[in-house]
Design a protein around this ligand. Structure first.
Ligand code: ATP
Length: 200
């Protein structure tokens, strides 16, 4: 399992615009980092760069620790604010597929569904879930297959206060296992986190 993410002197360009440059920080095992910054500052773009989906205009993203040379996708989960769920499939089909695709099992998918109290919603098509239920399904995928790093884009946005607190417990358990969290946020994370400002 990787034990550190190193972001070194990174610049991100979208189209003609240089969003930011010279950004450096690390995320170590057991640590949460909150990416802050104004709308359009480049927080989502930075998460995509860390996930290996967007090439920085300068600088580098590296992983340290066990199997650090494996593809970035094998170290991390990326939860975007659109959830990445297919509306026409049932919640169970989506969760089971994600678990098996990422090295989990049907049993781990069931466990994850229970942790997010989705058991009674699993037969519903994703498009019939509320925004908060959909986000809980997306969060269940984080648990269904273990990954060292969780990259989260506004993870709490559609959740009510009960589920914000519950998500905080899931995050704390992930950190206690030596996991890492890198989250783009406008509201504080429900776990202690170091803030890194993007586009300052
Ligand atoms: N594919 C793209 N092509 C060109 N510009 C893009 C593309 N994707 C994003 N951008 C631009 O890059 C800038 C940064 O977007 P990004 O989503 O990374 O910001 P953000 O900090 O996450 O914003 P927010 O807080 O509003 O979610 C925005 O101005 C956006 O319009």
């Amino acid at each position: 399992m990787i034990s550190r993410i190193l972001v070194q002197d990174v610049a991100i360009r979208r189209g003609e615009r240089l969003l930011f440059q010279g950004l450096s920080f690390t995320v170590s095992a057991g640590e949460a980092v909150a990416l802050t910054g104004r709308n359009g500052a480049g927080k989502t773009s930075l998460l995509r760069a860390v996930a290996g989906l967007l090439r920085p205009a300068a600088g580098s993203v590296a992983f340290e620790g066990g199997e650090a040379d494996a593809p970035p996708g094998s170290h991390l989960h990326l939860l975007g604010h659109l959830d990445g769920l297919k509306g026409g499939r049932t919640a169970w089909e989506e969760l089971r597929f994600a678990a098996l695709w990422q090295g989990g099992t049907e049993a781990s998918a069931r466990e994850a569904a229970s942790a997010l109290e989705l058991d009674r919603l699993l037969d519903l098509e994703v498009r019939k879930l509320s925004a908060g239920q959909r986000r809980r399904l997306a969060l269940a995928r984080l648990l269904a297959a273990p990954r060292a790093a969780w990259l989260l884009d506004e993870p709490l946005a559609p959740l009510d206060s009960v589920w914000r607190a519950r998500t905080g417990e899931l995050m704390a358990a992930h950190l206690a296992r030596g996991g890492m969290i890198l989250a783009a946020v406008h509201d504080p994370l429900p776990v202690p986190a170091r803030a890194v400002e993007v586009g300052a």
